[in-house]
Write a protein that binds this ligand. Structure first.
Ligand code: BT5
Length: 291
């Protein structure tokens, strides 16, 4: 019975999304699903709890607008990719999408996406903490390109380029890349990427590319010394995260195209966007600092 309930909720969700902005008859839903009108009502209630704004009247049910949820259905609907995002795994909360993606990576399909509304133990590089409150985009993509482990850095470069293109295309933001993995608008960081790999001696088993974007987050939440900001802080309005996620996945697939062969075009774009090439920098590593 539990499974039946979930199935009918998915059917109702699909129908309401298909008829976005217009009415769907409650009786019609009940008839086509072979359940009572009261059961339809119950499922509508649980969709509301998920965040869907659904009107009810004598004419039936009406979804006003797509909610900005990174759910499996919404991320997949209208996504123009061949393999990235064919499987989307969406959680309300995870310790870290990278940790979860790595856990499932060995048996996961190439292009699987893991997203969470919140991360409780988001990870930066070198065991640093990544602050991941509600309103951001915290996701990881499992990729299985046929490349040697020595070329795995290309995955991270492809991800940076994908996010930069998406932010420019959708919002006209000028995005610079600060080596190795910070995406900057002006002097402030809006996104960080973290790529982790599983490999044999000479072949890459998988790469998990983690992308963290401060989308709709009050920039005052970040300590000043992080030099961080958010998309909503820069634009003065909230953005539709769903649209941004889809655009990133589409750009990522494009940027991955030549991964195993000629990666020159993406590399070229990366150096054009580099905020550090040609500048004096101080590099701080585990083994010391140098300029
Ligand atoms: C990064 O680390 O920039 C990589 C961040 C990757 C996060 C994604 S989210 C999805 C996936 N799942 C994960 O668990 N991780 C990935 P790093 O360059 O080490 O920067 C970390 C430092 O940035 C911290 O030590 C803070 O100083 C600062 N910081 C923490 N949270 C931040 C945020 N939300 N925005 C900007 N800066 C932040």
């Amino acid at each position: 019975r539990g499974v039946g309930r979930l199935l009918s909720r998915e059917e109702i969700r699909k129908a309401l999304i298909q008829n976005l902005g217009s009415w769907t008859s409650g009786q019609g839903l009940a008839d086509s699903l072979g359940i009572s009108r009261a059961a339809v009502w119950k499922q509508v209630q649980s969709l509301r709890v998920e965040g869907y704004e659904i009107e009810a009247s004598k004419m039936g049910y009406r979804l006003e607008s797509l909610p900005d949820l990174l759910s499996e259905n919404l991320v997949k609907s209208g996504l123009k990719t061949k393999f990235i995002g064919r499987t989307v795994i969406s959680h309300q909360s995870l310790t870290s999408t990278n940790a979860e993606a790595k856990r499932i990576a060995p048996s996961a399909e190439n292009g699987t996406v893991v997203v969470a509304e919140v991360q409780t133990i988001g990870r930066g590089r070198m065991e640093r903490h990544w602050h991941s409150p509600r309103g951001g985009i915290w996701m990881s993509v499992i990729l299985k390109p046929k490349i040697p482990p020595s070329l795995a850095f290309r995955v991270n470069i492809a991800a940076s380029i994908a996010v930069a293109r998406a932010l420019e295309g959708l919002y006209g933001l000028e995005v610079g890349i600060k080596w190795p993995n910070d995406l900057m608008v002006g002097e402030r960081k809006v996104c960080g990427t973290l790529t982790e790999i599983g490999a044999e001696m000479d072949s890459l088993e998988y790469a998990v590319v983690g992308i963290g974007i401060n989308a709709n987050i009050d920039p005052d939440l970040f300590p000043e010394e992080w030099k961080a900001t958010s998309i909503s802080g820069l634009l003065g309005r909230e953005v539709l995260r769903l649209e941004l996620v889809q655009s990133i996945l589409e750009e990522l697939e494009r940027a991955c195209e030549g991964m195993a062969t000629s990666f020159d075009q993406v590399m070229g774009e990366w150096s054009d966007r580099s905020a550090t090439l040609g500048r004096k920098v101080r590099i701080i590593t585990r083994d010391g600092e140098f300029e």
